[in-house]
Ligand binder design. Structure first.
Ligand code: UD1
Ligand code: CA
Length: 427
């Protein structure tokens, strides 16, 4: 097992936001969350150090509440990437294994690539492995300088590079794997004699070469994976890239998606084959959708939604934290939240589960058993249970549990006054 260091102390000025950069989200998961999840999914890394600085308290709180195997380490002031890594020295004084270093703002990195990278580092017996990528436009990245034998010599930052170095298209992806015991003393020897006056993490390559250590490069196959977020524009682009990849995966698995361009599906949604997703759906969070379902057009799944087979979720239907068993339909204009819904249920147009009490600020559950029919425009005031086979007449306002096979009607009886209109006109 190895350890990770995730650099996340930077300010992220270009986000123009009150929120720290790494807490921005794609499909409701934070940028640093994507990186931590990818690391955890490799099953090769058991402890993560997240370097925090700008708005440290907020990042701290998020990490502590969501990742039991991650610890935040404060870097203040922020004197560069090399300085950031050195903050971990006191925590890993006696550690002898490998460390992977990456950035908290590259949410598209996959666990497959990280796994391959770590395994490459181990199989080559390297003391330091740098991830590189070939970019047609390498501007702003550190450039990989190789020796005449094609070995890694050093990394030169854009701001320190001469025109010959600027022409190099192999860039530093900002992900490193290193033998901690052999490399750690480099961090105490870094200098700031560069264009930015910072302690550059990249200077450890030259240092390792001077110590005759084994230094190697692993070249990334899919450049999209190191797409770094620096602005809201980047955030939108990364969301699109991730969405496109997710949709492709579902198409390959036999899901029908009528219009990939207007469909949004979070990476943590599972969909079984022959389900049809109609245009303009937004499917967010973690969900599981069965076979032969029909979703949309214009449906909104907000997470923790489980649909068994043959379920229909139609236009302008919003579903959150809800399980729906097979052959149930909610075809139009409905909100289903915090609910358990059985099979062969029909939810009429305009049905609302009133799950939230604004006075107590509490959410409650609606339980609808098999074969229930809910008439149009009904409000089910939770907590409430509609037992098996019961019917709710249209415009029901249901504030009590309804027994099995009963009919519940809450509307005033219809009155018909014959010739009433004419009688008014004759006055
Ligand atoms: C860095 C690399 C560059 C590489 C690029 C890849 C250095 C010197 N340069 O450049 O070779 O091509 O990443 O994206 O490392 N951070 C801290 N504390 C600090 C400074 C930065 O935690 O004191 C964090 C930032 O929040 C960010 C990461 O480190 O997540 C990278 O910092 P950034 O300033 O963006 O580095 P680049 O200039 O892009
Ligand atoms: Ca910088």
């Amino acid at each position: 097992m190895i350890k990770s260091i995730i650099l996340a102390a930077g300010k992220g000025t270009r986000m123009k936001s009150e929120t720290p950069k790494v807490l921005h989200t794609i499909f409701d998961k934070t940028l640093v969350g994507y990186v931590l999840d990818a690391l955890n999914k490799t099953n090769l890394c058991d402890e993560n150090f997240v370097i925090v600085g700008h708005q440290a308290e907020r990042v701290n709180e998020y990490i502590n509440n969501n990742y039991s195997n991650a610890k935040t380490v404060l870097q203040s002031p922020q004197l560069g990437t090399g300085h950031a890594v050195s903050m971990v020295l006191p925590y890993l004084e006696n550690y002898c294994g490998d460390v992977i270093i990456l950035c908290g703002d590259t949410p598209l990195i996959t666990s497959e690539t990280l796994k391959e990278f770590i395994e490459y580092h181990k199989s080559t017996n390297s003391d330091l492995t740098v991830m590189s990528a070939i970019f047609e436009n390498p501007t702003n990245y550190g450039r990989i300088k190789r020796t005449s034998q094609n070995k890694l010599d050093s990394i030169v930052e854009e701001k320190d590079a001469n025109s010959e170095e600027k022409a190099i298209k192999e860039i530093n992806a900002g992900i490193y794997c290193l033998n901690w015991k052999k490399i750690k003393s480099a961090f105490s020897e870094l200098k700031t004699n560069n264009a930015q006056g910072e302690y550059y993490l990249t200077d450890i390559i030259k240092w390792a070469n001077e110590q005759n250590l084994n230094v190697d490069v692993y070249t990334l196959k899919n450049n999209e994976e190191i797409f770094g977020i620096n602005s809201k524009q980047h955030l939108a682009e990364a969301t699109k890239i991730l969405n496109k990849k997710t949709i492709q995966k579902h198409l390959d698995n036999g899901v029908t998606i009528i219009d990939p361009d207007s469909t949004w599906i979070s990476p943590e949604t599972e969909i079984d084959r022959d389900t049809v997703i109609y245009p303009s759906c937004y499917i967010n969070g973690k969900n599981k959708i069965g076979k032969n379902c029909k979703i949309g057009p214009f449906a909104h799944l907000r997470g923790e939604v489980v649909l068994e087979d043959n379920v229909k979720i139609g236009n302008f239907v919003e579903v959150k934290k809800t399980t729906i068993k097979s052959n149930t339909n909610a075809c139009h204009l409905t909100y289903l939240g915090d609910s358990e819904i059985g099979s062969n249920v029909n939810i009429g147009a305009g049905t609302i589960t009133a799950n939230y009490n604004p006075l107590t600020k509490q959410k409650s559950k609606t339980i609808i058993k098999d074969n229930v029919k809910i008439g149009s425009n009904s409000v089910l005031v939770a907590p409430v249970t509609i037992e098996e086979g019961a019917n709710v007449g249209a415009v029901g306002v249901i504030t009590k549990n309804i027994p099995a096979w009963a009919l519940a009607i809450t509307r005033a009886p219809l009155k018909i006054l014959n010739e009433w209109v004419k009688s008014q006109n004759n006055k």
